[in-house]
Design a protein around this ligand. Structure first.
Ligand code: NAI
Length: 506
């Protein structure tokens, strides 16, 4: 399906942060763009802002000066809706309110031509509801850009019940032609990103609430073991707790109170206190001048270790063995169930059970569990937890071994699935359910999470690398530990495990 012709006039309604960014993207792609806002002077002011942004690109040598003037010449402020009559594509980015947006779409039906496409940048409203009652609901579609639109690659192309499939294909091709990475998604609450990302915040909030570790340690683990750009606390401080909490509440309500999306009381308390994050000077961290940033907890140096025994295969953690070997540890291999023995200690990748429970059930003394890492060959830090009966000497031997491999070790409370494994298992579970329910394809779910929120690996591909059976087992153990429906595994994970196939399998 072909992208919209460059001669198609694009109109953007709402000249706030998103509208201005989208107008810039369309103008940079070669379209003539009309920008309209009900606030007097807002559209013209936004164009001045875009002009400044483009000027900076010229200064940095990323845009030719001639190109800057050509783009600037394609941007025009409109002073009324009637001025948008010739547009072939209208993208609204006005206030996030169903009735106000519906009213605007009704007006547009009378102003615009019959062939004009009506797109919404809504991040939480149903495209199906926005289109309902219009004369031509088939031409209404979601075009969900991310903030800041000129920089963020992802665009969710959202189809409501009535959206014409050919229209979704045309806008997908158009977003591509605009230099974006589009994905197709059905209009379901949170679309892909705002739904699948919920556990990223929720699991850290829960770990904090349960005293598994402090904010700085949990953030450091997600960054330095999980490979995420930011941990959940520093990220929600940046997003703003009012905004992040509101999205969680809206998704929770939209899914009829499914406990998987339950908002966090500790985040609500921050909102209630006005501790909204960076913008208010305080959130989980203190941003006032001179405030000290807490550091992640880290085990002090333990006596160095010369050798260990690896029993069986460690699965996704196998690169750790090579890393130990490279560090000069004498590694002896023998058959077994995927354990590392060092002195009195037995190290194992978490399977979602508490360390104490696993030690008792499997009859292992000296058990120390370690967490998932994105890449065990490169991770800077790893979380561990100990079984209650593991001796201090055994714990120090386990720490010494991991430190010998160059890892910072964060000892956390005995917690099911630790930090990274738990977060990734829940992200993959949400992605699997979105796939099961036909919200998007596996490839688009992963692409959305990488391009929209910078995840280091798509959650479904990550689950495939861990092994769907291992992820399923982790979730079952989490569910057993908490007795909550929040951790129930997606049917798709169970089905694919039974079939012996992956989440990315056709
Ligand atoms: P904003 O508040 O910065 O801008 C909204 C603009 O729309 C304002 O300039 C306002 O005067 C104008 N406006 C309000 N009602 C209008 C109407 N009836 N006709 C014309 N103009 C009208 O909001 P922002 O952040 O730019 O968001 C706009 C839309 O984009 C919302 O639907 C939001 O959910 C969505 N969105 C926001 C993202 C974000 O990170 N801020 C990310 C993705 C989507």
């Amino acid at each position: 399906m072909a992208a919209l012709d460059k001669n198609t006039q694009v109109a953007v309604i709402g000249a706030g942060a998103m509208g201005a960014g989208i107008a810039q993207v369309a103008a940079q792609a070669g379209h003539s763009v009309l920008l309209f806002d009900t606030r007097d002077g807002a559209a013209a002011q936004a164009i001045v802002g875009i002009d400044r942004q483009l000027g900076r690109l010229v200064e940095k040598g990323r845009l030719a000066a001639s190109e800057h003037s050509a783009i600037r010449a394609r941007l025009h402020a409109a002073d009324s809706l009637a001025g948008l009559a010739d547009a072939g594509l209208v993208i609204e980015a006005i206030v996030e309110n169903l009735e106000v947006k519906r009213g605007l779409l009704r007006e547009l039906e009378s102003v615009c031509t019959a062939s004009c496409i009506l797109a919404s940048n809504t991040s939480s409203l149903s495209i199906t509801s926005l289109a309902a009652g219009l004369q031509h609901p088939e031409r209404v579609i979601g075009l969900h850009f991310f903030n800041p639109a000129p920089l963020m690659a992802l665009v969710e192309v959202v189809s409501g019940l009535a959206t014409a499939p050919a229209l979704a294909d045309a806008l997908y091709a158009t977003a591509r032609a605009w230099g974006k990475q589009p994905v197709h998604t059905r209009s379901t609450p949170g679309f892909i990103v705002n739904r699948v990302a919920r556990p990223f915040y929720a699991e850290s909030l829960r770990l904090l609430q349960e005293g598994a570790a402090d904010c700085a340690t949990l953030d450091a683990l997600l960054r330095e073991a999980g490979g995420f750009r930011m941990g959940a606390f520093e990220l929600t401080d940046l997003i703003g707790h009012d905004v992040n909490y509101a999205v969680t509440c809206s998704v929770f309500e939209a899914y009829y109170g499914d406990m998987r999306f339950q908002p966090s009381l500790i985040q609500k308390e921050l909102v209630d206190a006005g501790h909204l994050g960076r913008k208010s000077g305080r959130g989980f961290y203190d941003y006032s001048d001179g405030a000290l940033r807490p550091t992640a907890s880290q085990a002090p140096a333990a006596p160095s270790i010369e050798g260990c025994v690896v029993e069986g295969e460690l699965g996704i953690a196998e690169p750790l063995v090579e890393r130990l070997h490279q560090a000069g540890v004498v590694v002896t291999r023998r058959a077994g169930t995927g354990l590392i023995r060092v002195g009195d200690a037995v190290l194992a990748l978490s399977d979602g059970r508490l360390a104490s429970q696993r030690a008792r059930q499997d009859g292992i003394s000296g058990l120390v569990l370690f967490d998932l890492a994105l890449d065990y060959a490169k991770a800077e830090r790893l979380a561990i937890s100990r079984a209650a009966r593991t001796s201090e000497a055994a714990l120090q031997q386990a720490i010494g071994l991991l430190q010998r491999a160059g890892l910072k070790v964060s000892l956390i409370e005995d917690t099911p699935a630790l930090v990274v494994l738990r977060t990734v298992a829940m992200l993959a579970n949400e992605g699997a359910d979105a796939l099961l329910h036909g919200v998007a394809s596996a490839a688009d779910i992963d692409l959305a999470m990488c391009a929209g929120v910078n995840y280091p690996r798509g959650p479904l591909a990550w689950a495939d690398a861990i092994g769907p059976a291992q992820v399923l087992g982790t979730l079952e153990n989490l569910q057993a530990a908490y007795g909550e429906t929040r951790y129930r595994p997606s049917l798709l994970l169970r089905r694919r495990t039974e079939q012996g196939s992956t989440l990315h399998a056709a």
